[in-house]
Design a protein around this ligand. Structure first.
Ligand code: NDP
Length: 279
């Protein structure tokens, strides 16, 4: 499926974001802004892949000469499996999740820029250092897998997930941080410096069964979801936390993908403001 952001193929290098659903994706706007800013002649489309047709969709893009693609919900684990090779960043993370595909002579190289995007947004844009912080991650899906190893330097990491086995699996995959543990939502009974909501509950306006005690004084509550205040963000705000949504992460992970594809690093602040003003 192409949409109004798709440009005709006039010798431009073609890129796309593949997901299901995909209509809401802001990635075409972001990459269009990066391309304009850096004078790169590219096209970037949204592509809806059938839930049982991700690999066929990507193989079709490669056959048509697309230079690369971003991968979004729910295909990040599947993307990992279809890659011919993986970057060191993906291999060493042990996450099994890929969000950036690079077409190298018809072979697919997989990378994951979500972790870099999250860390850049938290440390550079929000000026909140991660070193020596006690961090709580809510959720253990593709997004949580992709970002965990970028939190190296944290004092401790606690992962809480509705399905406890998935939180335990995620804990087992972390090698670079010593103090890592899994808990159930109702076992969370101490304050944290940084709380990251990596569940998809914001999409359905669902509140998480978490105690107000988790919001330490001066803490940052970060929801990877963007576009509107989620129940998690509301609870955090009502408990005095500094609150942020995931728009900055979205733009920062896109900037890293753009750099991988084009060798040019775009400026992100103006693009974050531009996309936020459209919301
Ligand atoms: P997944 O589908 O892989 O994982 C969803 C997670 O949410 C699982 O941990 C799941 O728990 C949990 N969950 C879902 N519903 C509930 C519920 N009712 N109660 C409690 N937990 C629930 O999604 P992703 O990890 O890929 O994405 C998660 C969120 O992060 C999405 O909102 C996505 O848009 C956002 N995101 C934002 C990015 C950005 O750049 N800003 C980048 C990547 C993701 P369980 O295991 O029990 O099913």
């Amino acid at each position: 499926m192409t949409d109004k952001y798709a440009k005709p193929f006039n010798g431009l290098d073609r890129y796309a974001v593949v997901g299901n659903p995909i209509a809401h994706s802001k990635s075409p706007l972001i990459h269009e802004a990066f391309a304009k800013q850096t004078n790169q002649d590219i096209s970037y489309e949204r592509i809806l892949a059938p839930l049982d047709g991700f690999e066929a969709t990507v193989r079709g893009l490669i056959a048509k000469g697309y230079k690369g693609a971003n991968v979004t919900v729910p295909f990040k684990f599947e993307a990992y499996k279809i890659c011919d090779s993986l970057t060191t960043r993906v291999v060493s993370s042990g996450s099994g999740a890929v969000n950036t595909l690079i077409n190298i002579d018809g072979k697919i190289l997989g990378d994951n820029t979500d972790g870099v995007g999250l860390r850049s947004d938290i440390e550079q844009n929000l000026k909140f250092p991660i070193a020596d912080k006690n961090i709580l991650i809510l959720g253990a899906g593709g997004a949580a897998h992709g970002v965990l190893n970028s939190l190296v330097g944290a004092k401790s990491i606690t992962i809480a997930n509705r399905t406890s086995e998935k939180a335990l699996q995620l804990v087992m995959s972390i090698s670079d941080i010593n103090d890592v543990r899994a808990k159930m939502f109702d076992e969370l009974d101490v304050p944290y410096d940084l709380i990251i909501n990596a569940t998809s509950t914001g999409l359905t306006d669902t509140a998480l069964p978490i105690s107000n005690i988790i919001f330490a004084q001066g803490c940052l509550a970060y929801d990877m979801m963007y576009g509107r205040e989620t129940p998690f963000m509301r609870q955090a705000r009502e408990n005095g936390a500094q609150v942020a949504d995931g728009l900055g992460m979205l733009v920062e992970q896109a900037a890293e993908a753009f750099y991988i594809w084009r060798g040019v690093r775009p400026e992100t602040q103006s693009v974050i403001q531009q996309i936020r003003s459209l919301a």
